[in-house]
Design a protein around this ligand. Structure first.
Ligand code: UGA
Length: 436
């Protein structure tokens, strides 16, 4: 099937490459000409496992192209909308300017029967508004939210755990759903649940899913606060809770909390939309979820300051990690970098290292020190803070090796990802988050 993917960021680039890999003829459109040039040359403009291989495959097959001209989207049967919906400057709502600009530009190229399939995370009601805007073209709007995780984006796109398509129940909507079923025929044949809903429900599914995940993380981080005050161990608590299959262990990783380009801004946009709908109090708890999350960053900084005797001024601190999570170079609202910046703000001599996100971090925060190699960051450090649980730190860093490099054997495990007993046995003072 011929399709366009409008917006080639973390979501769109992967979607375009994945659609080409399952046999569709795809044109990816983005306003950023440098990004288009990189993608068209087969190189991924950001770190995402397996994406480079998929781009190369798409290029070789001739089924995947990229362009900065919206006119090149003309003739596609389905137009996937994958532009960003960041937090509005100075507010909590979603900024829909890129969604609206994409529709403005696409409008002259639409033909009757075209399907516009929204993938961006939008406030409920957006799809109906866009449908009204394109009605004269004869195109149909459906909403097909995306649940991919960065770092697992190719896997999640090719083998999703569910497909959701929201549409009107009229004949155009029914036809558009059939087109989407055809797009995802391979996954559907493999047994992936294909849920058909109205437009509003499909939009809500995405916001609700991210709100639930954020709530789960903040729940365990709230328990970490209680554990800290009572001498309990939140990691053991999470293990014990997780054995209850109604609860489950995933997303019960206590630490410095969630960040990234999705969860933080999505819970805020969700609450802001609920306010607009006069139902703000229904999701008032999301403000608490946000507050608990942000307190964890402060807590990590406090742990470092206290462990260093109350003052970090002039002390050298190795910060392991800058990305908001492993297998990503994304530093948007990264708790890891936030901790580094706060420590620097207190006068510490901070040296950050990360296997993938160093260049992004250095561009955003030139005031921090950076080391490309882990061991250079560790050398002569008075304290080590692990804030992104990359395998390079979690699995591969031996306490004995690290102990030979640092000045002080003090480690703060912001992700509760290390074997505390092993580090203590090697002579380290170990502090976890909410752990004994
Ligand atoms: C999230 C959702 O998981 C995806 O389903 C969704 O499609 C995506 O947002 C989106 O809206 O596009 P992502 O932002 O890639 O995906 O990140 P997650 O893997 O969910 O992690 C989010 C943050 O939570 C990270 O900072 C991670 O370190 C943190 N986290 C995760 C914890 O602190 N504890 C945990 O137990 C799990």
């Amino acid at each position: 099937m011929r399709m366009s993917v409008i917006g080639c960021g973390y979501l769109g680039a992967v979607h375009a490459a994945a659609m080409a890999s399952i046999g569709h003829d795809v044109i990816g459109i983005d306003v950023d000409e440098r990004k288009v040039a990189a993608l068209d040359a087969g190189s991924a403009p950001f770190f995402e496992p397996q994406l480079r291989e998929l781009l190369a495959e798409g290029r070789a097959s001739g089924r995947l192209r990229f362009s900065s001209r919206m006119a090149d989207a003309a003739g596609a049967q389905v137009h996937f909308l994958a532009v960003g919906t960041p937090q509005i400057p100075g507010g909590h709502a979603a900024d829909l300017r890129y969604v609206d600009a994409a529709i403005d530009e696409l409008l002259p190229h639409l033909r009757a029967g075209d399907v516009i399939a929204g993938k961006s995370t939008v406030p409920v009601g957006t799809a109906a508004r866009l449908a009204a805007r394109v009605i004269d073209s004869g195109a149909t709007v459906v909403w097909n939210p995306e649940f991919l995780r960065e770092g697992w984006a190719v896997h999640d796109t090719l083998t999703p755990d569910r497909l959701v398509v929201g549409a009107e129940t009229d004949s155009a909507g029914t036809r558009a759903v059939a087109v989407l079923r055809q797009v995802y025929a391979a996954a559907v044949a493999a047994g992936t649940p294909f849920l058909v809903t109205d437009l509003a429900t499909a939009e809500l599914v995405k916001g609700a899913a991210n709100a639930f995940l954020a709530t789960k993380i903040s729940f365990i981080n709230a328990m970490a606060e209680i554990a800290e005050a009572s001498g309990a161990d939140v990691a053991l608590l999470a293990d014990a809770l997780g054995h209850d299959s109604r609860i489950g262990r995933r997303y019960l990783g206590a630490g410095i909390g969630f960040g990234g380009g999705c969860l933080p801004k999505d819970i805020r946009a969700f609450a802001a939309r609920a306010e607009e709908l006069g139902r703000g109090e229904a999701v008032g708890f999301l403000h608490e979820v946000d507050a608990i999350n942000l307190r964890r960053r402060e807590r990590a900084v406090r742990l470092v300051v206290d462990a260093l005797g109350g003052l970090v001024f002039g002390r050298r601190i190795a910060v392991l990690g800058a990305a908001f999570k492993p297998f990503s170079d994304d530093i948007r609202d990264s708790p890891a970098l936030d901790v580094a910046v706060r420590l620097r703000g207190l006068g510490a001599d901070v040296v950050v290292t990360d296997p993938a996100a160093l260049d992004n971090a250095a561009a955003a925060h030139p005031q921090l020190g950076y080391a490309r190699h882990r061991d250079d960051a560790l050398r002569e450090a008075d304290a080590v803070v692990i804030v992104t649980e990359w395998d390079e730190y979690r699995r591969d860093l031996s306490p004995t090796h690290a102990g030979g490099l640092v000045r002080g054997r003090l480690i703060i495990d912001g992700r509760n990802c290390l074997d505390a007993a092993a580090w203590r046995a090697a002579g380290w003072q170990y502090h976890g988050m909410g752990r004994r």
